[in-house]
Write a protein that binds this ligand. Structure first.
Ligand code: HEM
Length: 161
């Protein structure tokens, strides 16, 4: 029993490490990288710069997403808490899962499939508009992610929503 609890605590620590690395990176890209590129960089090479910088983060984000997802599902299993998906008060479990699904889809499926080339084309056509759209997507995802973090910390530590 005690051993199970220790495994749970270690899994939760890994989960939070994944979240910090991943959502922290999203926060940096959203609040520092994209605004700087939007305001300062030369229109002709800013897309290439963005690709280089976010491309590096993309690999790390994939690993962090895997770590967060595996540890999250493992915790649900350890706690026998799959039923939470059927209870509205666990909206923060739904939100965590929703964020995870969106990022997993974008990073592993949509980006390599068409999103990357579509954005590149948009950036060549109208760079300002492409960066505004990119920024808006990032702001929405960051806001939802932070809401999930707040809900998850509150919910896991006994706050009754
Ligand atoms: C498939 C995706 C995910 C699953 C299945 C999942 C599952 C879980 C579970 C079971 C817990 C422990 C709850 C408890 O102790 O009662 C937890 C905690 C937490 N999760 Fe997730 N999670 C997922 C994705 C995410 C994402 C994407 C984020 C961030 C945006 C996140 C942030 C957190 C945080 C901050 C905690 C609270 C840690 C604490 O304060 O103890 N999780 N998650």
């Amino acid at each position: 029993m005690m051993e199970d609890y220790n495994i749970f605590v270690i899994t939760r620590a890994l989960h939070v490490i994944g979240v910090v690395f991943w959502i922290g990176g999203v926060a940096f890209v959203t609040t520092v990288l994209i605004p700087s590129l939007k305001n300062n960089a030369d229109h002709n090479n800013r897309w290439e710069l963005f690709e280089q910088l976010e491309g590096r983060f993309g690999k790390q984000a994939k690993l962090a997403t895997l770590l967060t997802g595996i540890s999250g599902y493992y915790m649900l299993d350890l706690m026998g808490a799959w039923g939470r998906y059927l209870q509205l008060q666990y909206w923060w479990v739904h939100l965590m899962t929703f964020i995870w699904v969106i990022f997993t889809l974008v990073l592993f499926v949509l980006e390599p499939w068409f999103l990357h080339s579509w954005f590149k084309k948009q950036a060549n056509k109208d760079s300002d508009q492409a960066f505004s759209l990119l920024h808006r997507f990032h702001i929405i995802l960051l806001t939802l992610s932070l809401l999930a973090v707040a809900g998850a910390v509150g919910g896991s530590h006994g706050y009754m929503f």
